[in-house]
Design a protein around this ligand. Sequence first.
Ligand SMILES: [Cu+2]
Length: 470
Amino acid sequence: MVSRRNFLGRAGATTVAIGAAAVSKVAMAALPEPVIQTTPDTMPPLQPATGRPYNPVVTLNGWTLPWRMNNGVKEFHLVAEPVVREMTPGFKAHLWGYNGQSPGPTIEVVEGDRVRIFVTNKLPEVTSIHWHGQRLPNGMDGVTGLTQPAIEPGKTFVYEFVARRPGTFMYHPHADEMVQMAMGMMGFWITHPKAKHPLIDEVDRDFVFLLNAYDIDPGSYTPKIMTMLDFNLWSWNSRIFPGIDPLVVRKNDKVRIRIGNLTMTNHPMHLHGHEFLVTGTDGGPTPKGTRQYEVTSDVAVGQMRQIEFLADEEGDWAFHCHKSHHTMNAMGHDVPTMIGVDHRGLARQITKLMPDYMVMGERGMHDMTEMEMPLPDNTAAMMTGTGPFGAVGMGGMFSVVKVRKDQKAGDYKDPGWFKHPAGTVAYEWTGALTEPARFKAEGSGSMPALARPTTPTEVRVRKPSGHSGH
Ligand SMILES: [Cu+2]
């Protein structure tokens, strides 16, 4: 095992060459040394030491794959293999990925680069890699059976093409893909423009992450691969809040965030405190005339979106999927709404049958965040994370954009919680409360009802149990 930490010059990166157990030494000799990542921490941007210059991205809880220049060709080595991914502190998942992590490392190249990617299969079954969104020769498109033979376990294939179009792309298998993507096989790809591009602005910070989802029963380690809709872990780069690092920026930075969706449902991504423009998709930069300010942008299945904004408001700004079920972690799904239901008597009876039964949600579900519920080992709390004012009450697809005026350029270190200036935090009213004034006509209706019930009715809502299809 050789540490490449020093000669890759990546502060904080713990990368090691992997043993080539399933691949012969002779075959490996001609390949670029594969590099694996052993931590789920966000690595600082990988400044290009060879090849043409560009402004590197930051992969949230991830890293960029180093390359080797070989006669003007950028050579990468991806190893498809089983990995253990810490999804949040205290919760590890047994996934499949690339080079030690799921998702795999981000690949960054420059428009016009000739790229050669060696793909070694250390999985127990065949695989391939499709380069989503790329212009390339058909035989390099990575669709097993259609454009190439499957990569058998233990074999290495070579993909080679010119990165023709600048933009935001991803890679994933096109072989047993329902299983392989449910197991976490995917990665990001950035092709930087070769020169100043009329539709691609320079930014101070450029973040990337993939939306993914897993169905892992509480207490177990391996995702269920047959699940289509009812996932219980909604993640960014196979991390769930509070395991997702904050996006740390300096006040007045121009910020780009690139998001790709490889789940089975759409995710309306919502940013607090700022408006953004959608400046690109996996089809390339968007024409300027189509851009409009938004605070939420839907990222549909198989899509990528890049959003840009000026971070000119200091604070800790929530950034999350707006589907409320996607900001929660593993939970039993068939839970009826219990708000307002007094089930003291019922609980006593159930406890006779199930001694561990716990009444949930009589006052809403926020109590869950502070509840000491007995959880099986290796289980993510349903909603968790503690902020400066108490429980955040979120999980899943949630993080924080931290905008600070004293953050140094290029510094991604977590500055801690925002210190709100005096008098700028919502506070409790302690004065007198008066009855709300009401219109005299309230409740009479603007049109007389023909058949009004003799006694007033009150609608009581009870959600149906189960919620597949979200
Ligand atoms: Cu979502």
